[in-house]
Design a protein around this ligand. Sequence first.
Ligand SMILES: [Zn+2]
Length: 245
Amino acid sequence: MKKDIVRLFEGYQHFREQYFGEDDSPFAQLVRGGQRPKVLMIACSDSRVDPALIMNCEPGELFVIRNVANLVPPYEIDQAYHGTSAALEFGVCVLGVSDIILMGHTQCGGMQTLLEACPEKNGFLGKWLDLATESKERTFSASEGLSQKEKVDLCGHYSLIHSLENLQTFPWIADRLNEGSLTLHAWNFDMTKGILEEYDPQTQVFRPLQNPSFVPPPPPPIPQEETSPDLAKKPEQQVLFQFME
Ligand SMILES: [Zn+2]
């Protein structure tokens, strides 16, 4: 057996021990109860940007669509096969996810191919990357003085924004957005820095992802011998009490 395949087999054995070791393992519960992921993630097929790995997710947490350059086509009714659109329909209409996250990444090979090479127009790749032609033109008109790497990353940003717009052309996504029961996000993974950025539609910029519900941990308890009756009134203590409630 080839070395790379042996490596996969070893990983599979580890997976079995971790997820099938007990009768009522979390995986067995997922099989019994069915999947109920709340988040649909659209990511690139790039081998370095596995969403479950980056977000430290367990089986059942993410419904993932991966394709070259994490592109979303517009809503189209025709006789062609639409893999990404079909998966979107399944996630939104069947599973009823509450969030869709588009996740791009820096140094995307799809964006690089779009900007540098001329894929065979009759091939699948060239046709697929046509979806990002507008982003490519936008990049060329705004990238004076940028290095090639910076152009690739800029095109990735533009493409995420364009895919975000395309998502809203699907009627069942537009309906859920109007109801307020679905939220769209555009994130970008900076592979060099190892950070996630999020797109802010208000300011139209990408900035490091913040956790809006993050509650700073309470300060460590004050040693008994240093406490006094007045300490309960101090701000640090009040924060501690609020956290404990
Ligand atoms: Zn990519």
